[in-house]
Design a protein around this ligand. Structure first.
Ligand code: AMP
Length: 498
């Protein structure tokens, strides 16, 4: 099964087309995936649906997806052709296996009352077993994603249960991380796994004007909501299922409104929020689980000074991922903040460069040294994390070639020693620089004058979430769910009565 990181958004409007705000929301989530994008819409109950005998409204879902950036996949015409006041969207990246449009999401599945569209951020660790079982029952798969496993399971459970009952059954058998937006039966559904591993938040549009009425949005990160000019309400709670049904309003009042229901299907004794969202993955302007990521990264940078301070002439970030950390470092240390590199903003994230380009070319394409700023200087070079070490090695060399006197690497997270199985695309243990090396070995390998990582304590204090409620798997090798061959710190879950 593919390992992937993704962004999701679902929108329900009382009137108007959802495709266009979903497009903008996906644009705001582009950092979460650049490989493919997709939008599915359903005409909902608010306008234009042809009656059918089951629910009274036509439930056709239109889908458009393709490879590439959001703006490459959708033209204005295509967006206009996606008619419907309720829909979901997805941006995806993966580096394992072939990039195929079949794996792009949203994915569709048929069930007895129509179609389901589903978009997923996260990673299931028991997808292969579940898929084999479903295949034995005669179900045919079109992609190699764990999302399709969930779509098929849902379709199966919908034979016996109502939507909430079916989702409850689904959540009982899947293990891993999943934030989902689902479109079915004229309804938008948002699901966050019981440990709240991947982020998901809820926002609203009040009196939208421009023919949009009112609306709700469920999205991976809050900048998707800000971009639309809507309001963030709150995070979706771990184990919570949100159901949003645009209703017509009564014939008498003709006031259309959305019904929002919350079902707390599972409640965990602990959560396991992904710490890497705070370190790298989320945007700095995101509010995740009530915390502004910018504040967290500033604190990490400041804490680095306390733990790993060094004499230097300037603090430079590795842009963009190290910027907020470096600002924090400069503020606390009093050392000048200067840009050693200028980033070409038209290049995507390094990990997603085409395979043909060498890592070296890829890094140079993305980052250029400002020679006059670095010549003869002792530089504190701040980044969020080191994964394979390829980027750090190249840029330390690059700075030295351009005349930097000393390069002191300061990293806003502890060493990454173990792979992620829960939705962040990290390589295997063998490829992780820190999995088998001491800090001194790493410093030598990177040709840096010194290296200092943030301590685990420093990280946890900066995030401000108790370690029992974080997933620290990539930093500790201990995971919040059972993964064959790995150590599990069991998180207890219980099914709430409803
Ligand atoms: P590396 O050269 O492998 O050490 O890459 C480390 C850089 O990649 C860090 O500066 C991060 O900003 C970024 N990074 C870390 N994790 C990921 C990831 N899962 N996907 C893409 N980029 C990442």
């Amino acid at each position: 099964m593919k390992k992937e990181g993704c962004g999701i958004a679902g929108i329900a409007l009382t009137q108007g087309n959802a495709a266009s705000p979903i497009f903008y929301a996906l644009y705001a989530l582009q950092h979460r995936g650049q490989e493919s994008a997709g939008i599915a819409v359903c005409s909902g109950g608010a306008k234009g649906g042809k009656e059918n005998e089951i629910s009274g409204w036509k439930k056709d879902i239109s889908l458009k997806k393709g490879m590439g950036f959001v703006y490459e996949v959708f033209s204005t015409q295509q967006l206009e052709s996606l008619e419907g006041n309720i829909g979901i969207g997805h941006v995806r990246y993966s580096t394992m296996g072939a990039s195929r449009v079949e794996n792009a999401e949203p994915l569709l599945a048929n069930y007895r009352r129509g179609k389901i569209a589903i978009a997923h951020n996260g990673n299931l660790v028991n997808a292969l077993e579940l898929r084999s079982e479903l295949e034995r029952e005669g179900r045919i798969f079109h992609s190699d994603t764990d999302t399709e496993v969930m779509a098929q399971l849902l379709a199966k459970e919908l034979m016996r249960h109502d939507p909430i009952g079916a989702i409850k059954e689904l959540m009982k058998c899947v293990v891993g991380s999943y934030s989902l937006v689902i479109l079915m039966d004229n309804t938008l559904i948002g699901v966050r796994d019981p440990l709240g591993i991947k982020p998901l938040c809820l926002g609203e549009l009040k009196d939208g004007g421009e023919g949009n009425g009112e609306g709700y949005i469920i999205a991976s990160e809050s900048p998707a909501i800000d971009t639309l000019g809507w309001n963030l309400i709150r995070d979706v709670r771990p184990g919570e299922v949100l159901v949003i049904k645009p209703s017509q309003g009564s014939r008498r009042s003709r006031v259309a409104e959305n019904d929002l229901e919350s079902h707390q299907l599972y409640r965990g004794v602990n959560s396991a929020h992904c710490v890497f969202e705070y370190v790298y993955f989320a945007r700095s302007d995101s509010v995740l689980d009530g915390r502004l990521v910018y504040d967290v990264r500033m604190k990490m940078g400041k804490r680095l000074v306390e733990e790993q301070g060094v004499e230097a002439d300037m603090v430079s970030p590795v842009p963009d991922s190290g910027t907020t950390f470096a600002i924090g470092y400069a503020k606390r240390s009093g050392i000048d903040y200067m840009e050693g590199f200028i980033k070409n903003r038209y290049v995507g994230r390094t990990f997603i460069m085409p395979e043909k380009a060498s890592r070296d070319t890829a890094v140079r394409l993305k980052l250029n040294v400002v020679q006059a700023n670095v010549e003869g200087k002792r530089i504190v070079l701040v980044d969020d994390s080191i994964v394979r070490g390829t980027t750090s090695r190249i840029i330390v060399d690059y700075l030295k070639k351009k005349g930097a006197k000393e390069v002191h690497l300061r990293i806003g997270s502890p060493p990454i020693i173990a792979p992620c199985y829960l939705g962040i695309n990290t390589p295997t243990r063998d490829e992780l620089l820190a999995s088998k090396r001491t800090t001194a070995d790493i410093c030598e390998f990177l040709n840096a004058d010194s290296i200092g990582y943030l301590s685990m304590e420093g990280l946890i204090d900066s995030v401000g979430i108790d370690a029992n409620n974080l997933c620290l798997g990539c930093l500790t090798g201990k995971y919040p769910v059972e993964i064959p061959g790995e150590v599990c710190i069991a998180r207890q879950l219980k099914l709430t009565q409803f």
